[in-house]
Write a protein that binds this ligand. Structure first.
Ligand code: SF4
Ligand code: F3S
Length: 104
């Protein structure tokens, strides 16, 4: 599976949503997650994300985000269509430590 990490927080470009063939993205207030059981591992979303928030779970740094993606995708609503990015998305792209600061 692929997962979304904290780089998505306060960006939400949703270019990923537009290309996903199985609509397995779920939308929180300031980030998206992938449902790990619905993702078919096609990989097309990964290069579409400007802040590089999408990784295969085979990457060591993806491990800590897998549970978050699973848990939140059970709670948050599905998103099947691209929406406007968040107001300060560009500035938020390079910010670090966003999970601790902003995750809601
Ligand atoms: Fe969707 Fe493919 Fe990305 Fe999985 S890897 S979230 S199926 S676009
Ligand atoms: Fe987030 Fe990147 Fe998608 S910023 S909404 S994972 S394109």
């Amino acid at each position: 599976t692929y997962i979304v990490n904290e780089n998505c927080i306060n960006c939400k470009y949703t270019d990923c949503v537009e290309v996903c063939p199985v609509d397995c993205f779920y939308e929180g207030e300031n980030m998206l997650v992938i449902h790990p059981d619905e993702c078919i591992d096609c990989g097309v979303c990964e290069p579409e994300c400007p802040p590089e928030a999408i990784l295969p779970d085979s990457e060591p740094e993806a491990t800590k985000w897998l549970d978050l993606n699973r848990d939140m995708s059970e709670i948050w609503p599905n998103i099947g269509q691209k929406i406007d990015e968040m107001p300060n998305a560009k500035a938020a792209e390079s910010e670090t430590g966003k999970f601790d600061k902003y995750f809601t």
